[in-house]
Ligand binder design. Structure first.
Ligand code: ADP
Ligand code: MG
Length: 330
């Protein structure tokens, strides 16, 4: 078996993508959400995400509330990445008996419902089962986009500008701190902030919705694996290349605190996953509009090129090739 992205490409070839037939499926495998025609005014978007104990989270690193928060947040982030409004969710958990007997489940749902309330998401189903050893969580979220307004990965064109929301590198810094033995409850200041970013990310629903409502983004995805990987997915889908400008990358404050000797802060931020910010492209003529609308919440970081598949980084008057180095399971 090859890597996980080739596996997904193979699955796509087995679907009806290349065989046009009457179907409500507008976008299937390959984007942040599937997009399904619903009625004359709206399209349905839907996404599934799996979290596995000791692979995607560790019980000794976090309160159970944070696991519940993150299980929902990662799916909400995919809905945000299509510019849609999240509405319904299903959550399934497989859990070993020894954990079932603790207060884990109650706290997990407390964290899940807290975030659901914030975005008015309704739990409409799920499943529960027993596992021999580790916790497995499957999160499904569905939402709605205005007809033909879902923002996909494949709409970027050469000359479009690249933007990102928020600051980058915080979640990767949090992961490093957790791996080095720091814990949320015993930290304060920027260390606590980094750990929170890793354990309880904030999905960028409002910005996603505004971008689709005002038709300002030509393509978009959320940053789950690290910008070096995620931008390459967007470029592949849009059949374009990209050039980022190193000095423009918005870095989380105080990242230097967690860097190793001689480690480069820009590479750390570009390769670090799980920031769950949005990466989007827009027409140059809309730059002022975007700046007015979002202020410092979004940052211009580069431009789409016609050099298909090539991701470059302009840095101190040099251009270097950026290899995708973000997180992957296989
Ligand atoms: P994201 O990081 O945005 O959640 P993924 O990298 O997990 O996206 O998935 C990319 C695309 O592949 C999505 O469209 C997803 O629905 C699809 N996908 C991933 N795993 C599977 C699978 N096992 N079966 C079918 N589709 C899958
Ligand atoms: Mg995504």
């Amino acid at each position: 078996m090859t890597g996980e992205f080739d596996f997904i490409d193979n699955l796509l070839n087995k679907t009806t993508k290349n065989k046009p037939r009457f179907s409500a499926v507008k976008i299937g495998i390959g984007d942040d959400c599937a997009v399904i025609s619903q009625n004359s005014k709206t399209d349905l978007v839907i996404t599934a995400d799996m979290l596995v104990e000791d692979i995607d989270f560790r019980l000794d690193w976090r309160r159970a509330e944070f696991v519940g928060h993150k299980a929902l947040a990662v799916s909400l982030s995919d809905v945000a990445a299509t510019g849609a409004k999240p509405l319904w969710a299903m959550i399934s958990i497989g859990i070993p008996e020894k954990i079932w007997k603790t207060d884990f489940v109650e706290k997990f749902y407390a964290g899940w419902f807290d975030l659901a309330k914030k975005f008015n998401v309704e739990l409409v189903g799920g499943d529960v089962s027993r596992t021999p050893d580790k916790i497995v969580i499957d999160s499904i979220v569905a939402g709605e986009a205005k007809k033909n307004c879902a923002i996909l990965r494949n709409g970027a064109q050469a000359g479009d500008l690249i933007f990102v929301t928020g600051k980058l590198g915080g979640a990767a810094a949090g992961l490093r701190l957790l791996e080095s033995g720091f814990r949320f409850d015993s930290e304060k200041g920027s260390r606590k902030n980094f750990i929170r970013k890793q354990l309880a990310p904030n999905p960028q629903i409002e910005i996603g919705l505004k971008l689709s409502e005002k038709k300002l983004a030509t393509a978009m995805l959320d940053l789950s694996d690290g910008i070096s990987s995620d931008l390459s997915h967007l470029c592949r889908a849009s059949k374009v290349g990209a050039r980022l400008i190193a000095e423009k990358i918005p870095l989380e404050k105080n990242l230097l605190q967690v860097l190793k000797q001689n480690e480069d802060v820009i590479s750390f931020a570009l390769n670090g996953g799980e920031d769950f910010e949005l990466l989007f492209t827009a027409r140059p003529k809309d730059k002022n509009k975007l700046e007015k609308l979002f202020g410092e919440k979004t940052t211009f970081i580069g431009q789409i090129t016609d050099d298909v598949g090539k991701i470059e980084l302009a840095r101190e008057s040099k251009i270097i090739l950026l290899e995708p180095q973000g997180f992957r399971h296989f």
